[in-house]
Design a protein around this ligand. Structure first.
Ligand SMILES: *Cc1c(COP(=O)(O)O)cnc(C)c1O
Length: 375
């Protein structure tokens, strides 16, 4: 395990553990010699891209001999119009992951701190630690709270001090699907010291419209220290293309642009994202498929006697009340890839992405066959 060059690495990188992605279908099939497996591990849209985005990608191929528009002018103009901000308030990223890294690079030094929740997106601590800054972890709400394992904004507040530069909030959250209401989140943001930048990650927002989930993007004009990130990877079905964006005060965007790679979003992705934005029917179909699928998964998991945490996203966290690794392995042998979350400090749970009706049924059938999975 020892790395001979680790002593030469930047201090923040020396102790960093890399992000562990969901297992790709091809890898599982190669390892087990099986076929027709399904992946419900990375919160992708089971429909993939819509027809308009597919056509735009095909048309953009002719242009890939040239560098993309490094400013993403057309996509930024469209996003600005959609969110009621100016193009100078929109920063594009190679996925929203890229923006999280840019935020850390732009605002953090080894003397600084960033606050995040105990159960939060794994990219936040990685981006923070890589800069040498310190990630301060706010204990999550308890398992019996109405938002079990959700963000405890009181615990965030207690960790905010003179060294705090960034606060990361995912709403809805991942790997738990919990969410914050508008009143609670707005009060927290209003009370933040002006020298603290709040990053609200709304990667799953499109899926959350049935519940009282705050949309912080509506507050960009009121709160100069607020950054809201969105992505084309989830409801838009473009995870493989890597496009996301941040909305912020223009001065924050200006700083992000100083660390942004000049051509961080490729031309095929720019074209697809523009087309996808106009394809309201595909988003509506994706959101509806997810709504129905959440009901199917919840009902089936409850019938198996399993505890499912509340979710406003396109996934559910299932608490098995016992180590989940053997259940994960048994599901793999059934050709069903879900997401272990032991690395998030949740060894008894698995995260399952909502799939198509057929995929959800297959996952539930497989779980029913796993000895000891249901209670
Ligand atoms: C999936 C996800 C993202 C999106 O990542 P991209 O880099 O845009 O693909 C961002 N935040 C959270 C919490 C996520 O789960």
């Amino acid at each position: 395990m020892s790395n001979r060059y680790a002593p030469l690495a930047a201090p923040g990188v020396r102790t960093l553990s890399p992000y562990v992605p969901g297992k790709p279908v091809e890898e599982l099939e190669r390892e087990l010699g099986i076929r027709d497996s399904i992946k419900l591990a990375s919160n992708e849209n089971p429909l993939g891209p819509g027809m308009a985005a597919r056509a735009a990608m095909a048309a953009a191929i002719d242009g890939v001999g040239l560098y993309p528009d490094g400013s993403g002018h057309r996509l930024r103009a469209k996003l600005a119009a959609r969110h009621g901000v100016t193009p100078a308030q929109v920063t594009l990223g190679n996925g929203s992951n890229d923006l999280l890294v840019m935020l850390a690079e732009a605002f953090l030094t080894p003397a600084d701190e960033a606050v995040m929740s105990q159960y939060c997106f794994a990219v936040y601590p990685i981006a923070v630690q890589a800069t040498g800054a310190t990630a301060r972890i706010a204990p999550a709400l308890g398992p019996d709270h109405a938002m079990p394992l959700g963000h405890d904004l009181g615990a965030f507040r207690a960790l905010i001090g003179p060294a705090t530069r960034l606060v990361f909030i995912a709403n809805p959250n991942n790997p738990v699907g919990t969410w914050l209401g508008a009143g609670e989140l707005r009060a927290f943001l209003d009370a933040l010291p002006p020298a603290v930048i709040a990053v609200v990650d709304e990667a799953y927002f499109e899926y959350s419209r049935d519940v009282d989930c705050a949309d912080a993007s509506l507050w960009i004009r009121d709160l100069p220290n607020l950054v809201v990130t969105w992505t084309f990877s989830k409801a838009y079905g473009l995870a493989g293309l890597r496009v996301g964006y941040a909305l912020s005060h223009p001065d924050v965007a200006d700083l992000l642009n100083r660390v942004r790679q000049p051509f961080n979003v490729n031309s095929v992705a720019l074209a697809a994202a523009e087309a996808a934005l106009d394809d309201a029917a595909h988003i509506a179909a994706s959101v509806e498929l997810n709504r129905a699928g959440l009901v199917e998964l919840r009902r089936g998991l409850a019938e198996l006697g399993l505890r499912v945490l509340p979710s406003a996203g396109n996934f559910v966290l299932v608490d098995f009340g016992r180590p989940a690794a053997p259940i994960y392995d048994a599901l793999l042998r059934e050709g069903v890839i879900v997401r272990p979350v032991a690395g998030y400090g949740l060894p008894d749970a698995l995260r399952i992405t909502v799939g198509t009706t057929t995929e959800n049924a297959r996952c539930l059938d497989a779980l029913a066959r796993v000895p000891g999975a249901s209670s």
